[in-house]
Write a protein that binds this ligand. Structure first.
Ligand SMILES: [Zn+2]
Length: 393
């Protein structure tokens, strides 16, 4: 009996150790599951509610098989609206990360700080540097008009060196936090020259071509810069979208900014990622974002929210495929991971949608968002089943 207990004891210890080792195993990048989560509740809700919600979402995410959470720490309505125009540190973002980290550690889930990048609407920044903001082809700054009637649609000019320095500081103050896995760049683009097609009706716009009110950046810096390079003032172009150099100028501005920010994130040995529009072609056309040239990023997440593009489900595969091909042609160092919108992924079609992304060449899969999953009855359970199958592949 004693002998049996001894063996049994060793067995128990061994299995516990095995489990412990298993949890420390590296995530398999090929089937890594990511999810976006809005972090605004952490700063808007009382501490006890925020704590309960963090516990709830991390526990659910772990059960479901999510390996990495991309948590929004800077969004459209940042609280940093003080009149202090000399201190731009995003204390709210740092606070959100610090409150989240214990749960990331407890559940063994990676945490990535999700920030809005060129779309910055902090009131102190707007007061201090109005000249940094983009100007449309009618000569109006996006500070003076409410683009698409959205208060938060205020966009920094990606060509200005001061803007790059400002954004490097914002990225660095997050990347340097111990325990954080990476920094995630969202809204790293121009404002929509054309909105995704499925949104035109609900937003009340007619955009059969690019109209000047939605065409940016014609700020003084960009006009002078482009004129030095080409001898042309872009404001004088009859059809700016037909001018290849002017389109290229704007694509390159975002590409250079993104790659420089990726390098800044890497200085702190953290993972640099970005959320981009669905396919390279649509991204260049709609928001001047040539993301297949974001060569320095570790992971690029095209948000293939296909119904916003009036597209069939199979388009998830086609858009993924186009992105993977273009990234390879441009020798991108990172990989593509398709982002799916829960609202466009019916509960009985989760496997099918993941399948389209996988067939297109997506490495891993990302879901928008944990809150979205939470709103649909039984979605957590169904998603868990699908993820379990996905990870066995
Ligand atoms: Zn500009």
């Amino acid at each position: 009996m004693k002998l049996f207990l001894k063996y049994f004891g060793i067995l128990v210890i061994s299995s516990t150790m095995l489990i412990a080792c298993k949890e420390k195993q590296q995530i398999n990048e090929n089937t890594k599951v990511w999810a976006w989560l809005s972090g605004s509740f952490i700063s808007t809700q009382p501490d006890t509610t925020a704590t309960e919600l963090l516990e709830y979402y991390f526990n659910k995410a772990k059960e479901t098989g999510v390996d990495a959470i991309i948590i929004e720490v800077h969004g459209g309505y940042p609280k940093t609206d003080s009149t202090n125009i000399t201190d731009f540190v995003d204390y709210e973002a740092i606070n959100i990360i610090n409150k989240t980290l214990p749960y990331a550690k407890k559940y063994g889930i990676e945490i990535h700080a999700w920030i809005w990048t060129t779309n910055r609407c902090e009131k102190n920044l707007r007061a201090a540097h109005p000249d940094w903001y983009q100007v449309n082809a009618e000569g109006n700054s996006c500070l003076d008009i409410k683009l698409y009637n959205r208060e938060h649609y205020r966009w920094l000019c990606p060509s200005r060196p001061d803007v790059l320095e400002y954004l490097k500081d914002r990225v660095a103050e997050l990347a340097k936090i111990d325990g954080i896995a990476g920094v995630h760049l969202d809204f790293i683009r121009y404002p929509d020259a054309i909105l995704p097609y499925g949104l035109h009706e609900s937003r009340g716009v007619v955009q059969d071509k690019v109209y000047p009110q939605w065409d940016h950046c014609y700020c003084e810096f960009c006009r002078a810069n482009f004129k030095t390079q080409t001898g042309i003032d872009p404001l004088e172009l009859d059809d700016p979208t037909e001018n290849a150099e002017w389109m290229q100028y704007r694509w390159d501005a975002i590409t250079k900014l993104t790659n420089a920010l990726a390098e800044e994130i890497h200085r702190y040995e953290k993972i640099a990622t970005a959320a981009v529009f669905a396919s390279p072609e649509e991204s260049r056309k709609l928001v001047r974002q040539d993301w297949a040239k974001f060569t320095e990023l570790d992971v690029i997440f095209p948000m293939i929210y296909h119904k916003f593009y009036d597209a069939e489900d199979i388009w998830i595969e086609l858009a993924t495929h186009d992105g993977v091909e273009e990234m390879a042609a441009n020798k991108c160092k990172g990989y593509l991971c398709s982002g799916l919108f829960i609202g466009h992924v019916p509960i009985d079609k989760i496997d099918e949608m993941i399948g389209y992304a996988t067939n297109g060449g997506s490495k891993g899969i990302c879901f928008f968002s944990l809150e979205g999953i939470n709103k649909i009855p039984n979605y957590w359970e169904k998603l868990q089943e699908s993820i379990t199958k996905y990870k066995k592949h």
